[in-house]
Design a protein around this ligand. Sequence first.
Ligand SMILES: Cc1cc2nc3c(=O)[nH]c(=O)nc-3n(C[C@H](O)[C@H](O)[C@H](O)COP(=O)(O)OP(=O)(O)OC[C@H]3O[C@@H](n4cnc5c(N)ncnc54)[C@H](O)[C@@H]3O)c2cc1C
Length: 206
Amino acid sequence: MQVLNSGYVQLVESMGGDSAVIRNARRCYRSEAKTENADRQLLRHLIKAGHKTPFEAMVFTFDVKTPLFVARQWFRHRIGSYNEESLRYCVALRDYYVPEHLEGELREAWIRHNEAAFDFYEELVNGTGESKMVREQARSVLPIGIYTTFYWTVNGNALMNFLKLRLDKHAQYEIRQYAEAILKIVKDVAPISFDEFEREVLRISE
Ligand SMILES: Cc1cc2nc3c(=O)[nH]c(=O)nc-3n(C[C@H](O)[C@H](O)[C@H](O)COP(=O)(O)OP(=O)(O)OC[C@H]3O[C@@H](n4cnc5c(N)ncnc54)[C@H](O)[C@@H]3O)c2cc1C
């Protein structure tokens, strides 16, 4: 799913789903899966009561491309695993965030600024003799709007915490776009869990 001017988020893999959450939760009550409505009521109860560990029975791995400043906010979510491309080992690609509302001269100046930073970076990385610099130092001339990519593996409970915080109107617009895309994706994988999460936590009625 495309996000911002050059980013994306896509689901690479998932384990479990509604049935795994229901199975784990029912162990607490020594009960078996019942009708879909009873299962829905159970998940609603878990969310309302803050009995959140059964949602850890589902796990998602996302492939994400996002500006560095968004990644920095994202990585504050400690419950999850990350592997990010390294600008110590890889040369940065000329790919940076341009807000969609930018127009005219401001847009041109924005692009000029980023292009100049990349020109200088490439000069340092590709230079010869004294002007040559290792990638890990040369990267410090790049702006924080450049794109990075990472894999994020996260369980359903930690993901709901991320979505609650990053879908909120207080969260920055850019990370909210990713959170909205992720909510759409996981609703396909675990529709009951994330419908109930939306209803009970985000307060969006059916
Ligand atoms: C709108 C907004 C503004 C923000 N502004 C700032 C800011 O200005 N400066 C700044 O530094 N951060 C800021 N943050 C980041 C915020 O403080 C959190 O670090 C971030 O949202 C991750 O949330 P979390 O700790 O709940 O998630 P996770 O790290 O994924 O943790 C999930 C849950 O696990 C538990 N947990 C995890 N680690 C611990 C621990 N060490 N001790 C106890 N419980 C733990 C907590 O219950 C936590 O809610 C902001 C976040 C938002 C959404």
